[in-house]
Design a protein around this ligand. Sequence first.
Ligand SMILES: NC(=O)c1ccc[n+]([C@@H]2O[C@H](COP(=O)([O-])OP(=O)(O)OC[C@H]3O[C@@H](n4cnc5c(N)ncnc54)[C@H](OP(=O)(O)O)[C@@H]3O)[C@@H](O)[C@H]2O)c1
Length: 511
Amino acid sequence: MERPANSILTIFGASGDLTKRKLIPALFDLFQQKLLPEKFAVLGVSRTEYSDESFREKMASGVKESRDQETPQSETMSNFLKHVYYESIETENTDEYIRIKKRLENLYREYQAGGNTIYYLALPPDMYEKVSLNLKQQGLQQQNESGNWKRIIIEKPFGYDLTSAIALNHKLHEVFQEDQIYRIDHYLGKETVQNVLAFRFANGIFEPLWNRNYIHHVEVTGAEDNGVENRGRYYDKSGALRDMVQSHLLQIVGLIAMESPPSFNPTAVRNETVKVFQSICQMTPEKVLHNVVRGQYMASEIRGEKIPGYREEKNVPSDSRTETFVALKFYIDNWRWGGVPFFIRTGKRLPTRVTEVVIHFKRTPHRLFRSQYTSYSSGNKLIIRIQPDEGILLNFGMKLPGAGFELKEVSMDFHYSDLADIYLPDAYERLLLDCMMGDNTLYARADAVEACWKFITPILDTWKENPEQKIYGYPAGTWGPREASDLFEDKNEDWRYPCKNLTGQGEYCEL
Ligand SMILES: NC(=O)c1ccc[n+]([C@@H]2O[C@H](COP(=O)([O-])OP(=O)(O)OC[C@H]3O[C@@H](n4cnc5c(N)ncnc54)[C@H](OP(=O)(O)O)[C@@H]3O)[C@@H](O)[C@H]2O)c1
């Protein structure tokens, strides 16, 4: 593979969790595979005081913890760490960016990077605007005529609602052009998410069925088995709808529902996904009442272990009405998908951690076999498993051997783990490399982010304006409120449950 041009990666918020746990380990993996530029450096920036050496030590421990490296002081590790530097500044103070400028100029010379820089904002979101303006104050965003480039990566959340997302985009555009802005959603860096494109558009047999004539409904689940852990303060202001649906899960819907782009280039692919978001039927207060179910996990006991309820978590108010679970039904108003319901479900403290898409095909028009009413009752299902155990399964009915015509659901499956010698890169590896190459296909464009918020914001507004709208308590370790199943009009339909409820004992209730 062609290697990216020499460049410097400047990480703001380098003392934080994301840098240590995700970014530096991903860069180390790229370094080991010789995929980084020939000459490349990382400049960590944040307020905490570190020397280059003490920062390197902290990063080495991050790689060790996240990649299970036995020998972080190996030759490769120490060669990698030689490329890592640190500068402590008061992030909000414009004048201190002069020091960043000087440091970068030295690094450009040393690494023959010609002024190429990526600024990665691994910071709390309320700092994005300030830092980009500070960069502008010192001219650090300028690309010169000799073809050097400046790019900025910002982490989700991209705004808090439609108004704040538009305002943030506006502020970023005062400093950077849209093609310099890389809004990272690490879900799009996952192999299985990208494989949706290959699966759909590199195979002739699925696409003819991929529409309202053959698909009954589409289900997207993003389940987490952990609670909010030490993110209570952030999570309570966010909730499941903002945290998971607005970004990750809608991005997946975009790839599932898009039309084939005319070519595989960033603009063409992103033009098609944004059309999907713009075609989603808007929610009204009435629709929110009937098509959205929210819940919050309650204390329970799982295999003898007491699990605290959401309101007992650190930094969560004891009367919080933030949803830790949300399930919704919506439609995409276009020729391909008219009338096909899309269901999204996500939550914390569910029985397992799984992200998957299930395409439910319509049933046969005529049920020839008696057992089609019993043991094998549903239509064919295509399951795209995004994590864990990444793979694709196609479910169908087969006759059980022996007398009669008893049917059983069986599957044809592909697991990435079967490709024993194939290395499955981490999502950040892929996305960082893409940014270095100037490929923003897998990054969210401003119009896509705004279209997603346009769909989500009426739900948030309805909840805010009608606080009496129900929020259901569900015991930790179960698949969320039972009311989520009521979203299916046909009582024979339900969500797919990749595993059973845990033995958790607790109460279902209305909060
Ligand atoms: N961690 C993850 O796995 C993850 C996943 C997805 C998205 N994200 C997003 O990535 C960003 C960074 O996440 P993180 O987990 O690394 O966050 P973090 O550990 O809480 O914060 C990152 C760094 O930002 C700096 N910072 C905090 N408050 C600041 C302030 N008021 N002014 C200036 N600097 C400040 C801190 O460094 P100093 O105090 O040293 O300046 C801190 O180390 C966030 O936007 C988060 O939503 C994180």
